[in-house]
Design a protein. Structure first.
Length: 492
């Protein structure tokens, strides 16, 4: 290091003000300026290597380390204390993306590694290593564009951020849930779906890496505390970007000790009421496709079908109807998967597996009476148990993956010409299965390049498929019998 950047490293506002001077600049230009100004010294022959290293998505630190070294002028490190210890400020460089619906955070924000052996010795949340890292952060946001190097991305927002009071209570509860699971010897069963805003995400270059935990002989995956992608999206849209619309909160005034208990108690207050009575109570129109979801949000005091806390936590509301015979008519579907993308995934980083790991569901149950009218029966926050995910769903996913990747998809016609396939069906697993998601048989995706499906000749002369390199869109489903089993404690 040669030249010292002009900011007061003991003053958060000075650090923020200096950071805002990056806005409008690319990371490549920040690097080039740092060499010209003498903030860093890099031999000419090392320049290309430095740039290549920092734009590599597999390089730990990446763009964040470049900002530390080339803009703020200190050597990137893995010290436990905050990046600006005298100011208590942690620097976080994080990307966002643009999609059809607008903007969202590209990824979760990793805060600090979880040391299973040490965290159980820490005191309360306010004195934890996590809070030391998260209580005041300088967030540097840039737009990630597919196909363009992050080195050529522009810094768009730079702002100090502290989780607001209404979020902090939920973050504290999330922290306590994670620590409680570690103290119970279940660090190996941690899941981001356990919590709302603060997650325990897997961390490690090798999915086979494991760490010792204090109260079990079962090794656990390395994990880090992180703010979930859904929470960071909310931070971006409602605290960082100017002029963005906010969602109505469920908790209107003050704080509640336990958000989930608060929500459940609101729903339980209307337990037993019929759909028609609830529609009348909340002045809702004649039943529409989304009437049950509308009822849920009106009970929670929200006028729309979105609320602030659920958006921050990425909570998915599912209304369940139980028929008078005690059965669920429908299984739970998920978005269609693309065969070519599925074939290139591994289970540990699969789209479907990650969705179930990260997502917390809010089930609200309506049960049909003898006269055919549905009544509110109960509610429950739920995320898939570790064993069901890692042993049950994984088996279904792996079999599906292997059939598609290896080109072993087989269609078998019956005597009416209808085609069945050899992907896992509902009788193959008590938890999940695969079946069509398209509106018609002609709604298709291409199979992996170099593979094709086989149409079995059953001697009937019936059943054809026009193009063996494409197949009807499919998706994963959770069996209705499995969902019923998860809800047995609230079905009355």
């Amino acid at each position: 290091m040669k030249s010292t950047p002009s900011y007061d490293h003991t003053d958060p506002l000075s650090i923020e003000s200096y950071g805002k001077k990056m806005i409008g600049q690319t990371f490549r230009s920040i690097y080039e300026q740092s060499i010209q100004s003498g903030i860093i010294r890099t031999a000419q022959e090392d320049t290309a290597a430095y740039v290549t290293k920092h734009e590599d998505k597999n390089y730990k630190g990446g763009i964040g380390n470049l900002v530390e070294e080339c803009w703020f002028g200190y050597k990137a490190n893995s010290d436990a204390e905050a990046d600006f210890p005298e100011a208590g400020v942690e620097l976080k460089v994080t990307p966002y993306v643009k999609n059809k619906k607008g903007f969202r955070a590209k990824e979760r924000l990793v805060l600090t590694m979880i040391n299973y052996m040490e965290i159980v010795k820490e005191g309360d949340f306010e004195h934890s290593h996590l809070w030391e890292k998260a209580q005041l952060m300088l967030l540097v946001w840039y737009l990630h564009v597919k196909g363009i190097s992050d080195m050529d991305s522009t810094v768009d927002f730079v702002q100090l951020f502290t989780p607001p009071a209404e979020d902090l209570k939920i973050i504290q509860n999330d922290y306590q849930k994670i620590v409680a699971k570690i103290k119970a010897g279940k660090a190996h069963e941690l899941s981001e779906g356990d919590t709302l805003y603060l997650g325990a995400c897997t961390k490690g270059s090798n999915s086979k890496l494991r760490r010792q935990q204090p109260f079990s002989d079962e090794p656990a995956k390395p994990r880090a505390f992180s703010f979930k992608n859904s929470y960071m999206t909310y931070v971006l849209l409602h605290y960082i970007m100017p002029g963005r619309q906010t969602y109505e909160p469920i908790v209107k005034y003050g704080k509640v000790d336990d958000f989930e208990n608060f929500v459940e108690s609101r729903i339980d207050a209307y337990r037993g009421m019929s759909e028609s009575a609830l529609r009348k109570r909340f002045n809702l129109p004649y039943p529409s496709k989304s009437i049950y979801a509308q009822i849920v949000f009106r009970i929670l005091g929200v006028r729309g079908n979105h609320c602030e806390e659920f958006e921050k936590a990425g909570i998915v509301v599912k209304t369940i109807r139980i028929q008078k015979n005690g059965k669920m008519k429908e299984c739970m579907s998920f978005p269609a998967f693309r065969f070519q993308e599925l074939a290139e995934e591994t289970w540990d980083d699969s789209t479907f597996g990650n969705y179930l790991r990260d997502t917390r569901f809010f089930f609200v149950v309506f049960r049909e009476d003898a006269d055919g009218e549905y009544h509110l029966s109960g509610c429950k926050f739920w995320n898939m148990p570790y064993k069901d995910l890692e042993y049950g769903v994984r088996k279904v996913w792996q079999e599906t993956h292997d059939i598609i990747k290896e080109g072993r998809l087989v269609l078998t016609p019956d005597n009416r010409g209808r085609l069945s396939n050899n992907l896992p069906n509902a009788s193959d697993s008590p938890i999940a299965h695969v079946r069509p998601h398209g509106q018609t048989r002609e709604d298709t995706y291409p199979l992996p390049e170099g593979t094709h499906l086989t149409v079995r000749d059953t001697g009937t002369g019936r059943g054809t498929w026009p193009d063996t390199t494409i197949f009807t869109k499919q998706c994963f489903w959770l069996n209705n019998s499995y969902i019923l089993q998860q809800l047995r404690d609230i079905i009355h």
